[in-house]
Design a protein around this ligand. Structure first.
Ligand code: ASP
Ligand code: MG
Length: 409
């Protein structure tokens, strides 16, 4: 007998028919004698509707009350799914995050899970019931309702799987797995059978929105076998797991990209201790997230400083920088919000030289100018003009032969 945690996202429970289909899928697992905990999201669009209602009441809604409101979306789904299971003659019981003691800190709208008391869940499972749990929510020490941030049901599922030491955690969504790149950009993109936690983390932070990033961190930390699959089709999906010798032997596993970037440059900055802080301090104080940072030494004791921000923050960051420029006696501020970041990701590159040169050669052959470069152990990112995104992704996908099934070693 195995124990599974299945999570169904918004589109997978988006209608009465979809919820009934989920119930059928869950009943099959129950009928073959395995134990199953099901985590559900709000029906698609519901969380956004609730957010809009809150904003109609208060410009910046009170965070505690916002959590009380947002948590209701998942509560609707859990009850409906439990009813659908009863209708099929499958014993089931639904619980809110608070009822199964998903204890979080008190940071409303972005709470972190601290502890889960699995006693109640285990009792139900032992009694042969399917347990349905509302995703995305918990309670703090004072029993206030909290939520875990957008996409947080993924993290609920992984946390429950860790607490229950489940055999596998399945995340059912509207795509049938993790792809070598976005199939809408490169139709030859291939579904990966496996990907490592590290690679998935890079991909999640690079803007591929399959899983909430925190759920991947959690799964890596507690070694939860995590699988992403489609609730609309049959298939094995993609297993997110530790690196092992049986792993696909590709140097590069995937290409991720982010269209939401903008870059800012301040030139002719006096090269003195503390300038990086003076430039980025005000940006950070305005709660603007910074991604890539590059500083260059010019010959004349001045330095050029370039960094990227989310496109939505571009105007504000530029204004701040103009102020900083005057203060530091720097030369000029320039910027560009028509750029994208493209990254090649793969644990295989750790032990291979030449990946970067293949990447740069490929882009050069297409006449694509690279604006910025940054690297980590398992990724190389470049910033290029937005108009080259599709061309660059397809050229790299082909240069690294990602459309081919890798050979098992
Ligand atoms: N319903 C929440 C959201 O839309 C949580 C989730 O779906 O995971 O973000
Ligand atoms: Mg989601």
């Amino acid at each position: 007998m195995a124990l599974y945690v299945y999570k169904f996202g918004g589109t997978s429970v988006g209608s009465v028919e979809r919820i009934k289909a989920v119930a059928q899928r869950v009943k099959k697992v129950h009928d073959r004698g395995d134990q199953i905990v099901v985590v559900v999201s709000a029906m698609s669009g519901e969380t956004n509707k609730l957010l809009a209602l809150a904003k109609a009441m208060q410009n910046t809604p009170n965070n505690r009350e916002l959590d009380v409101l947002l948590a209701t979306g998942e509560q609707v789904t859990m009850a409906l799914l439990s009813m659908a299971l009863h209708d099929l003659g499958c014993p089931a019981c639904s619980y809110t995050g608070g009822q199964v003691k998903i204890l979080t800190d008190s940071s409303h709208t972005k709470a972190r899970i601290r502890n889960i008391d699995d006693e109640r869940l285990r009792k139900d499972l032992a009694a042969g019931r399917v347990v349905v749990v509302a995703g995305f929510q918990g309670v703090d020490q004072e029993d206030n309702i909290t939520t875990l941030g957008r996409g947080g049901s993924d993290t609920t599922a992984v946390a429950l799987a860790a607490a229950l030491k489940a055999d596998e955690c399945h995340i059912y969504t509207d795509v049938d797995g993790v792809y070598t790149t976005d199939p809408r950009v490169e139709p030859k993109a291939r579904r990966l059978d496996k990907i490592t936690f590290e690679e998935m983390l890079e991909m999640a932070s690079l803007g591929s929105k399959v899983l909430q990033i925190r759920s991947v961190e959690f799964a890596g930390k507690y070694n939860v076998a995590l699988r992403v699959l489609s609730s609309f089709t049959e298939g094995q999906g993609t297993l997110i797991t530790y690196e092992d010798n049986q792993m696909e032997q590709a140097l590069i596993s995937a290409i991720a990209f982010n269209r939401d970037e903008a870059k800012l440059t301040i030139t002719g900055v006096p090269d003195l201790p503390g300038v990086a802080y003076k430039i980025l301090g005000p940006v950070a104080d305005a709660n603007i997230e910074i991604d890539m940072i590059i500083q260059n030494i010019a010959g004349d004791d001045t330095t050029d400083f370039t960094f990227t921000v989310h496109r939505n923050d571009y105007r504000q960051a530029k204004e701040l920088l103009v102020g900083v420029c005057a203060q530091l006696g720097a030369k000029a501020v320039s910027g560009d919000d028509k750029i994208v970041k493209i990254s090649i990701v793969g644990v295989g590159m750790r032990s291979h030289a030449g990946i970067a040169s293949t990447m740069f050669k490929t882009l050069a052959q297409e006449g694509i100018n690279i604006r910025m470069i940054s690297t980590s152990e398992i990724k190389i990112s470049v910033v290029v003009d937005e108009k080259y995104l599709e061309l660059a992704v397809r050229a790299l996908h082909s240069a690294f032969e990602l459309e081919l099934e890798p050979v098992e070693s």
